[in-house]
Design a protein around this ligand. Structure first.
Ligand code: SF4
Length: 791
């Protein structure tokens, strides 16, 4: 239980938490004590001294940010003397600050300007003359930000943001006194290791570090922030899109879970595509080999007629659809409903097939659920983190920050198992370099050590799992020496990693596509699940098996049934009760055939079995393996319709192209890698005649005789909740009050932080005996691309 203390501030009694600093307590209770160097996400600096307070019984003043609250403390936060001191301090800051507020981009968002206004420090009332200002030159060498030393108040927030939040340690001070500046290294910003995450921009209290934008942004008060969710990766950072005159002027991080204001370079600066001139703005139909602009009616009629004709002549299974891991949950739901209820086929899939299908298969077999077991924020508090097959700093930067914080501030042990010297290696206690494709061997080796040294969790194995004996038999055959021979990792390192992982009270496994994208990817995932169960590291905070999903909504697209074998909520299409549930809800028969996967679709199209395809927001001509084959397959179709924001490589092959809205132009939700459902809010209108994907699909479905008439995305989510038990308690109304993690089965359920707490989703966790099988990579080129038989 958190210990609480009682303080008195300006005669008011307030409660403080153990370890809290006085400034945080005071601000939480509404005392607006100024402070420019302080930020709640950073360690206190006490540099600007504006948060001075008096403590009864002690001489002088002290900075509230560096003062820990003590029980019975009596403080003065505001009196004439303190306010006069603060006024003087701000005057001194203004002496060295280039006060060009008339033209400064940060005007209206500058904390120093706000304080100068609050303390009435206009030019006439300032007592200290500015020295003849030698305006130091800006460093504009970074591709994404600009540093203006003349506006820098040396508060250290940027340095600490880079160091403590992002773990990059790139910024520091150079020179002294009036010449002191922030520097990114001995040369300019561009020559440094700065990757442009913009944490320094976010936390700069003045305009000293700002975004480098194509055009000068509007003043802060001219823009309105729209809170939404990043559309790039599975972390699902919350963003504020700053809108002016129907355009996005800039992006900042929202101070909300899971990123608490941080972003990476993509989330903060990678938004210019939304307003590019080459966005699709009108529907296109191929006429005489050329794509020509037509009306929506003409395009929709053409698609409805062509798909109906294929269905009539060849049957519904001659059509397939690719849904999208970048579109919203609502769009994925509507898309798969269109394929299943309107067209009558389960031929629906999306790019998760190519990244984490082995995760879903492996974790579902072991635990009963294919999702990340724990939450992002728990990673910071794990005692040991085993990262494998994930260059987390590059692919999920905000999660990498938490891993670094776990090591630096909470004493966690980090084990990196990766052939590459990834960034996290700098922070690791152990770095094991396995030969590519030998993951089962080193994992089995770790488990052999754990078992032979008695480091396993006997009670957990006995009470929570099954099939242990068969598993143990296999593990006994992988002593560290044999695992070493196969994997190239020394036997001593295997022993050290096993002991480190098993000794931790809470150990988390973090992995990504270095584990899944193998011919034996499912075996790799099963082995990691075995390792976690062997040590009792499932079903408790800061532990678990944590696959990091790639694109922003891979999780949601899977959850909402954009898969050929399951309807929304992973309800098998082969189960009669699933079909009954959806047939009743949708008023149409559901096919009993498991549909084609992406890979099978391409084979089927190539071989002539598939005649038509609908592709929403995916670009297989870039993202799929064997692009020559994909091109031949798509060209072999009788009819291809693509909806997207650009005329992508895939859209260029289409017969009809629908212009779609981007994430900034639509409402809905994404589900991030930790099962957290996050609102996406429309900030601007789509360009030209572009429309939201769910509207396009609904219109098409209606024209094909299966009406869909949703008023908005919230209404679609309501329908999702009715037919998808894991989303049963989720609605846009609830999400506006805070995000929810599934399973969230009812409207009063708070959501689920980590899975499998009292029991596994499948009841007992299941051990799988997994033997090492050499990688098939070397023989891939000989594999025939003939379609394999479907299940
Ligand atoms: Fe977007 Fe991922 Fe970067 Fe967050 S970490 S800003 S979700 S790309």
């Amino acid at each position: 239980m958190t210990q609480r203390m009682a303080l008195t501030i300006d005669g008011r009694h307030v409660k403080a938490k153990m370890g809290e600093n006085v400034l945080a307590v005071a601000r939480r209770k509404g005392f607006d004590i100024p402070g420019l160097c302080y930020h709640p996400r950073l360690t206190p600096t006490g540099g600007c001294r504006l948060c001075l307070v008096k403590i009864e019984g002690r001489p002088g003043t002290t900075t509230a940010c560096t003062l820990q609250a003590e029980d019975g403390m009596v403080l003065t936060a505001f009196d004439d003397e303190l306010e006069a001191d603060r006024r003087s301090l701000i005057e001194l800051l203004l002496v060295e600050h280039n006060c060009d507020c008339l033209v400064c981009e940060s005007s209206g968002g500058c904390e120093l300007q706000d304080l100068a206004y609050r303390y009435g420090l206009d030019k006439r009332s300032r007592r200290y003359p500015s020295p003849v200002q030698q305006l130091s030159e800006e460093d504009a060498s970074s591709p994404v930000l600009v540093y203006d030393p003349s506006k820098c108040i040396l508060c250290e927030r940027c340095i600490k943001a880079c160091d403590e939040i992002q773990g990059k340690e790139i910024l520091s001070y150079a020179y002294r006194g009036l010449n002191a500046v922030v520097t990114a290294g001995p040369h300019d910003w561009a020559a440094s290791e700065c990757d442009g995450c913009g944490e320094c921009v976010q936390l700069c209290p003045t305009g000293a570090i700002r975004e480098k934008l194509d055009a000068k942004p509007p003043r802060r008060w001219e823009m309105r922030p729209v809170q939404t969710t990043c559309s790039y990766c599975g972390v699902g950072c919350r963003l504020d899109l700053w809108v002016h005159d129907g355009r996005i002027a800039k992006i900042t991080g929202s101070e909300m879970v899971p990123n608490f204001g941080s972003t990476c370079v993509k989330g903060r600066f990678g938004h210019t595509y939304i307003q590019k001139d080459d966005r699709l703005t009108r529907p296109l139909i191929r006429r005489n080999g050329e794509l020509v602009a037509v009306s929506w009616d003409e395009a929709l009629d053409e698609v409805a007629a062509r798909l109906s004709a294929i269905k009539e002549e060849h049957g519904a299974d001659a059509i397939a659809g690719l849904s999208s891991a970048t579109c919203t949950n609502e769009e994925n739901y509507v898309f798969q409903k269109f394929m299943r209820a309107c067209l009558g086929t389960n031929n629906v899939d999306h790019c998760a097939r190519l990244c984490h299908a082995s995760t879903v298969a492996g974790l579902a077999a072991a635990f009963g659920s294919g999702a990340m077991t724990n939450s992002i924020e728990e990673i910071e508090f794990a005692d040991c983190i085993l990262v494998t097959g994930s260059n987390t700093t590059e692919t999920h930067p905000i999660i990498a920050n938490l891993i670094k914080r776990a090591v630096r501030y909470h004493g966690a042990k980090l084990i990196v198992i990766d052939p590459r010297k990834i960034d996290l290696v700098r922070h690791a206690s152990l770095w094991l370099r396995q030969r590519n494709g030998t993951d089962v061997a080193w994992i089995n080796g770790l488990m052999n050590v754990i078992l032979s040294e008695g480091l396993h969790d006997e009670a957990f194995i006995a009470n929570r799992t099954e099939d242990f004996d068969a598993f143990r038999e296999v593990i006994d055959a992988y002593p560290p020496e044999r695992a070493s021979e196969i994997s190239g990792v020394s036997a001593d390192d295997i022993r050290a990693a096993a002991r480190m992982y098993a000794a931790a009270p809470a150990a988390a496994i973090v992995y990504s596509m270095g584990i899944t994208q193998h011919t034996h990817g499912t075996d790799n995932v099963l082995s990691l699940a075995n390792l976690a169960m062997l040590t009792g590291n499932v079903g408790k905070a800061s532990s678990g098996v944590n696959p990091l999903r790639g694109q922003n909504n891979v999780q949601g697209a899977c959850d909402l049934g954009a898969l050929p074998n399951v309807c929304p909520g992973y309800q098998a299409v082969t189960a009669p009760e699933t079909r009954t549930r959806f047939e009743e809800a949708w008023g149409r028969k559901i096919s009993t055939n498991v549909g084609l996967t992406i890979v099978e679709m391409m084979h089927a199209a190539h071989d002539g079995g598939l005649k038509g395809m609908v592709i929403m927001g995916e670009n297989p001509m870039v993202s799929d393996p064997n692009l020559n084959h994909v091109e031949e397959a798509l060209k072999a179709l009788d009819f291809l319709v693509v909806q997207d924001v650009f005329l992508t490589e895939t859209a260029q092959l289409a017969d009809v192209v629908f212009p779609a809205a981007s994430f900034a132009e639509t409402d809905g939700t994404f589900t991030n890698t930790e099962r957290r459902v996050l609102l996406v809010n429309k900030a601007i209108d789509p360009p030209g005649e572009a429309r939201q994907d769910w509207k396009i699909i609904s219109d098409l479905s209606t024209r094909m005789g299966y009406p869909m008439s949703y008023a908005n995305a919230a209404e679609i989510m309501d329908e999702i909740a009715e037919v998808t038990p894991i989303y049963g308690g989720i609605s846009h109304r609830r999400l506006r009050e805070g995000e929810l993690q599934w399973p969230c089965p009812s409207s009063d359920h708070p959501g689920t932080k980590f899975l499998h707490e009292a029991k596994f989703s499948r009841g007992l966790g299941r051990f799988h005996p997994v033997e090492y099988v050499p990688s098939a990579r070397s023989s891939l080129r000989f594999i025939s691309w003939k379609r394999r038989p479907t299940a």
